[in-house]
Design a protein around this ligand. Structure first.
Ligand SMILES: Cc1cc2nc3c(=O)[nH]c(=O)nc-3n(C[C@H](O)[C@H](O)[C@H](O)COP(=O)(O)OP(=O)(O)OC[C@H]3O[C@@H](n4cnc5c(N)ncnc54)[C@H](O)[C@@H]3O)c2cc1C
Length: 320
């Protein structure tokens, strides 16, 4: 019997987030029958796009109350889809919204919750999910049970974006009372200076205490701009108020998985490593050749960041 999978697509400002295209790849690995829930103010165009990106049967629900993510409304509406289509596995990206939504859905539907997954397989209709544990030092395999729906958030950037359009759009309607809510999101305001989203970035350039002073953080940001990269930070410089918490990578910050991660003046404490060590390639710049960051680095540059970073900026800007 084929496993029924419900993926929850994520949209912001009426545009699909790239992480939504990674979910069909997870479904392909399970080998199941994929449905994708697409909730938006106007879901039709987004749903058609999802079909063209391997989303399978795309369940489109349009309503002004779905313009912005809202815990209460999204949980109720998706629970209706779960009742109707009876999926065995429900997946969403392990983003800010995906994490909030899936824990609620799992509780409301008395399911089993697995967060931040990095691997998945199936044997018959039994799903096995892999996720990092103990700060990424071990990988845990979680096996689904027969009597509970498995809810899983998928770590962004681990699975490739899918393609292929063998699906269809199904316009869904749900009872209008589901859109009644005690809270209304009226507006979303993007923080100034936030150009590239850390969790979706292909390249991240991060600064640590080695930059010595807040004004030098700008130099590292300039390198990020030259590469079209997102700017990240160690906790040391967040705690020192040299940059905002939203940039923090690590155990108490964000877990990232870019193609390329620059660690500049970062020692490589375990709490930082757990947030970035699964990056595809890591470049470490540190003047201490024994710094722990070099143990996980693909390329290491031992030297003074105040010489190396300006030289890199010059090179990358010249090649723009
Ligand atoms: C519960 C808990 C949670 C934590 N969560 C996080 C987290 O989420 N993220 C996180 O990052 N940390 C976290 N930490 C803190 C973590 O333990 C480290 O203290 C922190 O990561 C250190 O930051 P750093 O590498 O920038 O600074 P440091 O450890 O001080 O390292 C600075 C590095 O810069 C190098 N350097 C200095 N000058 C230069 C120069 N001119 N050129 C080149 N290199 C230079 C030094 O050799 C050194 O290796 C957490 C700690 C705890 C206890």
């Amino acid at each position: 019997m084929s496993i029924r999978i419900l993926a929850i697509a994520e949209q912001k400002d009426g545009k699909l987030s790239n992480v939504s295209y990674e979910l069909p790849t997870v479904a392909q690995k399970v080998g199941g029958e994929l449905m994708t829930a697409c909730l938006a103010e106007n879901a039709d165009a987004l749903a058609a796009e999802l079909v063209s990106r391997g989303g399978g049967k795309v369940l489109a629900i349009s309503n002004p109350a779905l313009k912005y993510y809202n815990d209460e409304v999204y949980t109720r509406v998706i629970t209706e889809l779960i009742k109707k289509y009876q999926p065995q596995l429900v997946i969403a990206s392990a983003t800010f919204y995906g994490k909030a939504l899936m824990s609620r859905l799992a509780a409301l539907n008395e399911g089993a919750m697995v967060s931040d997954i990095t691997g998945v397989s199936a044997d018959g209709d039994r799903v096995t999910i892999s996720r990092p544990a103990y700060g990424g030092n071990v990988t845990m395999d979680v096996i689904g049970s027969d009597d509970k729906i498995l809810f899983a958030t998928v770590r962004p950037k681990v699975f490739n974006e899918a393609s292929g359009d063998t699906g269809e759009v199904v316009a869904e309607t749900v009872d209008s009372s589901l859109f009644d809510t005690r809270t209304t999101v009226k507006e979303m305001v993007v923080e100034s200076g936030q150009s590239v989203n850390l969790m979706e970035a292909d390249i991240i350039v991060s600064a640590g205490r080695g930059v010595r002073a807040p004004e030098n953080v700008e130099m590292v940001k300039k390198l990020a701009d030259a590469l079209g990269a997102a700017f990240g930070a160690s906790r040391a410089i967040v705690d020192a108020d040299w940059t905002e918490y939203r940039h923090q990578v690590g155990q108490t910050g964000k877990t990232v998985n870019p193609k390329l991660y620059f660690a500049i003046g970062i020692s490589g404490a375990i709490q930082h490593l757990v947030g970035m060590q699964s990056s595809k390639a890591i470049v470490a710049i540190n003047r201490d050749k024994d710094a722990p960051i070099f143990k996980v680095a693909t390329y290491g540059i031992v030297g003074d960041l105040f010489e190396i970073v300006p030289a890199l900026i010059g090179k990358f800007e010249a090649n723009k």
